[in-house]
Write a protein that binds this ligand. Structure first.
Ligand code: SF4
Length: 352
């Protein structure tokens, strides 16, 4: 759903300002899925909007609900590319994890999306539509989406223009009205994008998926590290921190006997002290296995890793895995959808 395109329709037709406000309210507060539901707008405007800026551009192909309240949806764009969004519930704040691309070119070895290859970047409207789905889903339990993380399928900084346009639409006080600090953009370490974000006045959060404290392991887990090794990444993060004074969130998936040794926790602490002293918050993330062969760290290993960060006074939080009984990890639902589609195609060919 592209609000700017809807605005343009109203402008072209010379609609007064109050109609623009009604249109925005219908999408971002009433959460309509079709312009037919926008009863405050006259019929001719609804028809024009349906033609030029449809309220729903994507179809929802699958929805899974986990016992812990996590809900995951698989979307298909109008040209058939899959995307996913996950709504994670907690008592006072609901967080939605959104996709910025269909598939991903970066091929991280622990990630289901990484096995799909790259489809295409999503438009700002397609990203916004995932948020609107999450808001509707949260509304079912009288809740609201309080946080947005760009941590689903794709590398957001490789689709920066659309992602920033989406952030502005989401932040707009006359629209969705979510504070910029409640929006986080997570990167695998795309340095040109980090440098571009330095110039962005909106105070969105930056998260970096680090997942390993040394180049040999990080290159194995995240091929992007061969292009942008840790030294260059740290230099970019230093530039970002010096220019913006903003805290950087460091994401670290705990992979059993891969990156969760005590020495690796020490190296992580050394790295952060040397480059970003006092400027980070580490999120240790419980791994949701994706069929990569890697598993979640055993609880005693997690405790030992945390103890090192505690001792070294590295600010950190352990994030429990959400939606473990559904395909909630990044890309899992889309990969399953692709597998089902291929299976159907094979069956169709066999029958023919
Ligand atoms: S973890 Fe993120 S950057 Fe890496 S392959 Fe998956 S979607 Fe792409």
């Amino acid at each position: 759903m592209d609000l700017d395109a809807a605005n343009a329709v109203l402008l072209e037709r010379g609609a007064p300002a109050y109609r623009v406000a009604q249109m925005r309210q219908a999408i971002t507060r009433d959460l309509i899925t079709s312009w037919d539901e926008a009863s405050t707008l006259p019929k001719d405007l609804r028809v024009a909007l349906s033609e030029a800026a449809p309220a729903s551009e994507m179809t929802i192909e699958d929805v899974q609900r986990a016992k812990d309240g996590t809900v995951k949806a698989r979307f298909a764009t109008s040209d058939g590319f899959p995307a996913e969004a996950v709504l994670m519930r907690s008592k006072d704040r609901h967080t939605v994890c959104l996709s910025s691309q269909s598939g991903c070119a970066l091929a991280c070895t622990f990630c289901a999306t990484g096995t799909m290859g790259f489809g295409r970047s999503l438009t700002k409207g397609e990203i916004f539509e995932q948020l609107l789905w999450a808001a509707r889903t949260a509304r079912e339990s009288n809740a609201k989406v309080r946080n947005v993380v760009m941590m689903g399928m794709g590398e957001p900084l490789q689709n920066l223009d659309a992602v920033l346009d989406f952030c502005h639409m989401t932040n707009d006080p006359d629209g969705f009205g979510l504070g910029a600090r409640s929006i986080a953009i997570s990167t695998a370490g795309w340095i040109p994008g980090i440098d571009a974000l330095i110039k962005e006045p909106m105070q969105v959060k930056l998260a970096i998926s680090l997942h390993a404290p040394d180049d040999a392991l990080r290159s194995e887990l995240m091929p992007i590290n061969r292009r942008y090794p840790i030294k260059d990444l740290m230099a970019a993060l230093k530039r970002y921190r010096q220019a913006t004074k903003r805290r950087i969130y460091v994401e670290y998936l705990l992979l059993n006997e891969v990156n969760d040794r005590v020495e690796q926790a020490e190296r992580l602490a050394d790295l952060l002290y040397a480059n970003l002293p006092g400027g980070t918050h580490v999120n240790l993330i419980w791994y949701n296995p994706t069929g990569s062969g890697m598993t979640a760290s055993a609880p005693d290993r997690v405790a030992r890793f945390q103890a090192v960060l505690e001792k070294r006074k590295i600010e950190h939080t352990l994030r429990r895995s959400k939606g473990a009984d559904i395909d909630a990890a990044c890309g899992q639902l889309a990969v399953r959808g692709l597998q089902e589609a291929k299976q159907k195609a094979r069956e169709g060919r066999a029958q023919a």
